[in-house]
Design a binder for this molecule. Structure first.
Ligand code: HEM
Length: 269
């Protein structure tokens, strides 16, 4: 074996052999060859899943930094998270070049496959604090996916880490909110809104943290909006392959804040 064969190179470091062979358009068994747009459809979803992986990696890191009290590093990583979400939102432009006819030419090949089943997307929701136990029922109790979500459900979310950090800075967060890990979505509470009010009036550094969190929340809402518009222009009001009502189902989650206290405090500022 030559020296070059053994040394790590671009391809071996990035496992390109695996990645570039991980696209198998189902329409490739068509007598006339694969539908042109199926490759794009697969690649865009794979790229999103890679970004989801990176987001989870960064969100876990943010929680650790908040736990150690490092505000500077927390803000730095939250900026990266926000920029990744911006990239994700802008990528919708690419898939929107696929016309309804281009998609319907291979849509039946998806069977019941749907973004609805993306475990990493649910993990992101849970990691932020938008937890719903009902989501677990989509997965078999003995599956890896179920186990990952169960762990996320029980673990403190970014919002829990934020409340603990704020308490560590001397704000009187109710004890029960610090002692228990909520396993459901966040509901705005008066004591927290009051604390946020005080932060916005008197504490510029913590205000920056609050603004970073609301950036993130708004970013997820932007993604939901672009996704539903993409769905409407590609399949209209047809049912989803995942069995939901399609655009109508997705519209119900538009405008759904992850951190409602941060939106509510704006009413009194
Ligand atoms: C033409 C492209 C797309 C169409 C027509 C489409 C369609 C849909 C539909 C109809 C749903 C509702 C669930 C169901 O299937 O019944 C859904 C959910 C979802 N899709 Fe897409 N989608 C597209 C592209 C994408 C891309 C590129 C991603 C990136 C990963 C994605 C991620 C998701 C996620 C995470 C959900 C679950 C959302 C939730 O439950 O809040 N989709 N999609």
């Amino acid at each position: 074996m030559s020296k070059e064969d053994q040394a790590t190179n671009y391809s071996s470091y990035l496992l390109l052999e695996k990645i570039l062979n991980a696209q198998e358009p189902r329409s490739q068994d068509n007598p006339d060859g694969a539908e042109h747009d199926e490759l794009l459809f697969i690649i865009i979803h794979q790229v999103f899943e890679l970004w989801f992986k990176q987001l989870l990696h960064e969100l876990d890191f943010v929680c650790k930094q908040l736990h150690t009290g490092d505000l500077g590093r927390t803000l730095h990583v939250l900026k990266r998270v926000r920029n990744i979400i911006k990239v994700m939102v802008s990528q919708v432009d690419v898939i929107e070049t696929m016309t309804p006819q281009d998609f319907s030419a291979f849509r039946s090949r998806l069977d019941s496959a749907s973004g609805l089943q993306s475990v990493q997307f649910r993990e992101i929701e849970f990691a932020l604090g938008y937890k719903r136990e009902s989501v677990l029922s989509r997965y078999s109790p003995d599956s890896k996916e179920f186990a990952s979500l169960k762990t996320r459900l029980k673990n403190p979310s970014l919002w829990d880490a934020f409340l603990n950090f704020v308490a560590g800075r001397g704000y009187s967060v109710p004890k029960e909110m610090l002692a228990t890990v909520s396993q459901s979505e966040i509901v705005a509470s008066d004591p927290i809104v009051k604390i946020l009010e005080e932060i916005y009036h008197t504490d510029p550094k913590l205000t920056q943290l609050c603004e970073s969190l609301i950036d993130l929340d708004e970013g997820i809402q932007e993604w939901r909006y672009r996704h539903v518009k993409m769905v409407q222009r590609t399949i209209g009001m047809k049912q989803g392959t995942g069995g939901s009502e399609g655009a109508n189902y997705l519209m119900a989650s538009l405008d759904k804040p992850i951190f409602p206290d941060l939106w509510q405090v704006r009413m009194s500022l």
